[in-house]
Design a protein around this ligand. Structure first.
Ligand code: ZN
Length: 419
């Protein structure tokens, strides 16, 4: 190491003594960081280099004290300036049998063997400065795994069952740390299941292992035509918004729905998705359901069946390209369909129970009035998220229905009541 660097470090060290020393404990128990620029791991005299750290090297941060980060790198402990580190982003990876997923202390093939990952376990994996190796974390076990022993997992949605919710643990064992409890009826993404455990991720980004028997398949609505859902003990209602997404009106509607913690269903048109793909992503990411409302809103009974199918397929395609899955419902423009159209669908056809006529009168007080007069347990309300007046009415509609004791659910939830 160059002499000037030693002097610089000495100056830093001396100035540190005059700074009000504050220890910043790492937020999480295992704080994993990545090296931003080349630096040296220094021993506890803050001067003697132990080894050099290349950019993208992964380290475990113990604490930060007066600008010095106390870290662990490949089994060696030491100090680096805290500014040379930043949070490391992990991805979920699945341990495969191809190369035994052995966790090692360093990236040398004969390096100390710290443990084995269970086949089919999901771990947090961090890209390192060495392409062939990942740094992984599974509970308290951390270390290097050869890249060919890991692959990207696929996920599927399931539902938390039971009354008390489901305990999330750091590893696939009852001895794993209790991270959180996921409430019953929460939809979760499942990345693997092995030995009775499943790795789950929730919308709120709670992640970890749960007992597989605490999960169930999401009930799939039966094909057919629906204009209302089942009445249940608790009052439930499905708000639906057609013809969007609209770059400003839809966003306002999303904000109001969030204020009331309300889930809704958006029957989108393909041509508007084409213009505002990001708005579609926002709708989906907020947990609302996406329905297909054709590409450009023709009366399907006035065009050929092939044309009608193309309207639906093109819309499915563009939605899938943006959110990764096709719409789960279909609603025909003007409510116009025939047997052939119904027969060609692979998702339920959904009409409505209460028509607010918001597109016609464009008056917020009339939209509210229509809801007050029409809403009942299990009803599906029709509105349009391309008119500012509908966005203007929504707060009063949600406020009224909340006071009436309604819970706001998606159409699929309404037409397949949860047991
Ligand atoms: Zn429409």
């Amino acid at each position: 190491m160059k002499k000037w660097l030693y002097s610089l470090l000495t100056v830093l060290l001396v100035s540190a003594a005059f700074i009000n020393i504050k220890t910043v404990a790492a937020q999480d128990k295992m704080a994993i960081r990545t090296v931003v620029e080349e630096t040296y791991l220094l021993s506890d005299d803050f001067v003697t280099p132990i080894t050099s750290l290349p950019p993208k090297a992964i380290v475990i941060l113990h604490n930060i004290n007066a600008g010095w980060a106390h870290i662990d790198y490949k089994g060696q402990q030491g100090y680096v300036p805290s500014t040379t580190l930043k949070s490391a982003q992990s991805t979920l990876m699945l341990a495969t049998a191809k190369n035994p997923p052995i966790v090692r202390e360093t990236t040398e093939t004969q390096a100390k063997h710290l443990g084995n990952l269970h086949l089919d376990s999901v771990v947090q994996a961090y890209a390192t400065n060495e392409d062939n190796w990942y740094f992984v974390q599974y509970g308290n076990l951390t270390g290097y795994v050869i890249a060919t022993a890991l692959k990207t997992p696929t996920s599927k949605k399931m539902l938390v069952q039971g009354q008390d919710g489901l305990i999330v643990r750091s590893i696939a064992s009852k001895s794993g740390e209790n991270i959180a409890t996921i409430p019953a009826n929460t939809k979760v993404d499942i990345y693997t299941n092995f030995q009775g455990w499943a790795y789950v991720v929730t919308d709120q980004n709670i992640q970890g292992y749960v007992l597989e028997k605490g999960l169930k398949e999401i009930p799939v609505p039966k094909l057919g035509r629906y204009s209302q859902g089942a009445a249940t003990k608790t009052k439930r209602i499905a708000l639906t918004f057609d013809d969007g997404p609209h770059p400003t009106v839809t966003k306002e509607i999303l904000a109001t729905l969030q204020k009331y913690d309300a889930k809704a269903t958006f029957f989108i048109t393909g041509h508007r998705v084409n213009k505002s793909p990001k708005v579609l992503k926002e709708i989906y990411d907020a947990g609302h359901e996406i329905g297909n409302h054709t590409w450009n809103h023709p009366k399907l009974t006035k065009i050929t069946l092939d044309q009608a199918k193309a309207q639906i397929n093109e819309t499915n395609k563009i939605v899938k390209s943006i959110i990764g899955q096709e719409p789960t419902l279909f609603r025909p423009p003007y409510g116009a369909y025939n047997k052939d159209i119904l027969g060609s669908l692979s998702v339920p056809l959904v009409m409505w129970s209460v028509d607010t006529l918001d597109w016609q009168h464009r008056t917020p007080s009339k939209t509210l009035k229509a809801v007050q007069n029409g809403a009942y347990n299990g009803s599906i309300i029709l509105m349009h998220d391309i008119h500012q007046t509908t966005a203007d009415a929504l707060d009063s509609v949600l406020s009224y229905l909340t006071k009436q004791g309604y819970e706001f659910v998606t159409v699929s939830e309404l037409i397949t009541p949860l047991k």
